[in-house]
Design a protein around this ligand. Structure first.
Ligand code: FMN
Length: 370
């Protein structure tokens, strides 16, 4: 794996987990990290003021564990003093880095000058960021989109201004705020940001669903690293596979059914540990079907898992599902060819942003459009 520097930090790889609010929590991060290949993960966005006020919800969002390192906390807010003090708090708590959300399109966040609105006020944003950089020793990074809309592609200018303000790196999702998740990621737009900065690494983001798409992002934009969100949720093995592919040119074989079940169970166990059995199981109702997307026929599993309410019940669902799934297996216990999911190979995924020939789904969450 290619190590990478982020300010004073050395990361084991140039592959990053993008925050997906509601999904990239501690259980998911631990699950992905255990599979290997990930350089740095970031928490869901956290309201700086709520963190300073030590609101239970904000503290839960930054919950971490020894195996969950290195970890960046992503802050959002628009009051310079609050952002500065929250960054100091993040540092005091022992986090590896602090990231600033400049991409969130949600009106509630933008109206108060946070999220995507930060991309429209370069000088003000640069001053706020400088205040944070000067207050901490850990790297401060920023995550942005290409701009507010097509007519205002401010990311190159903003990235340059933030470099002068002292950020250690910028993450760029290659779409505008107005675009939401529509259309394709704009690699030329990311390239313009890479060309605008002098020293700091730019990390490209958007629609990376395969190791090949990650390489294309690196090659066509010249970015120093790749950040993966939905593609990791769909396929938690993507970091391990991409790291191997970038190093050797070979994509490891897809994990089989038993390995997927093993990892899914680890994920659920951690959900129960971190959120308690009732809430953890309830949250897992919308996570388990993502694993099942690669199980082959899974209607029987999905039908029952939406009612999940205890760990024991999950084992019962799995046992019943295995029995039902047996009808699709051959004498070697493999899915008969016509029931196999389409392979995650480039021929089915030649378009970035698709998985097995279909558009990459956007997981439902507290926000609809990022
Ligand atoms: C449900 C959901 C929640 C998201 N939450 C955040 C967030 O908290 N902070 C952030 O900077 N981006 C957030 N994003 C944007 C992603 O980090 C990422 O930039 C975007 O999904 C594009 O990358 P991808 O195609 O690899 O998913 C979110 C996206 C989705 C779909």
């Amino acid at each position: 794996m290619a190590p990478m520097r982020l300010g004073s930090l050395t990361l084991s790889s140039n592959l990053f987990l993008s925050p997906l609010a509601g999904y990239t929590n501690l259980p998911f991060r631990l699950t992905v990290r255990e599979l290997g290949g990930l350089g740095l993960a970031t928490t869901d966005l956290v309201n700086a003021r709520s963190l300073l006020e030590k609101k239970a919800k904000a503290l839960k969002l930054i919950e971490t564990a020894p195996g969950d390192q290195p970890l960046a906390v992503q802050l959002f807010g628009s009051v310079p003093e609050e952002m500065r003090d929250a960054a100091q708090m993040v540092e005091t708590l022992g986090m590896a880095a602090v990231d600033i959300n400049m991409g969130c399109p949600v009106r509630k966040v933008c109206q108060v000058g946070g999220g995507s609105a930060m991309m429209t006020q370069l000088q003000r944003t640069a001053r706020l960021v400088q205040g944070m950089v000067q207050a901490v020793r850990i790297p401060v990074t920023a995550k942005m989109r290409l701009g507010w809309d097509e007519a205002n592609l401010t990311a190159p200018d903003l990235a340059r201004a933030l470099e002068d303000a002292g950020v250690a790196a910028v993450f760029v999702h290659g779409r505008t705020r107005a675009q939401g998740f529509g259309g394709r990621v704009n690699l030329a737009g990311i390239r313009a940001v890479v060309e605008a900065v002098r020293r700091i690494p730019v990390i490209g983001n958007g629609d990376v669903t395969t190791p090949e798409a990650a390489r294309r992002m690196l090659e066509e934009t010249g970015c120093a690293g790749v950040s993966i969100g939905r593609g990791a949720f769909y396929n938690p093995w993507i970091f391990q596979h991409t790291a191997r592919y970038l190093a050797t040119g070979e994509v490891p074989p897809e994990p089989g059914f038993e390995e997927r079940v093993r990892v899914m169970c680890r994920h659920l166990d951690r959900m129960v540990e971190v959120f308690g059995e009732e809430q953890g199981c309830r949250m897992f109702r919308k996570i388990a079907p993502w694993y099942a997307k690669r199980f082959g026929p899974a209607s029987e599993f999905n039908r029952r898992v939406v009612l999940l309410s205890s760990r024991l019940q999950f084992d019962e669902i799995l046992t019943a599902y295995r029995q039902w799934r047996a009808q699709f297996l051959d004498e070697n216990g493999e899915l008969k060819p016509r029931f196999r999911p389409l392979p995650l190979t480039p021929s089915f995924m030649h378009e970035a942003g698709t998985v097995a020939g279909q558009a990459l789904p956007v997981p439902k969450g507290p926000v609809e459009r990022w």
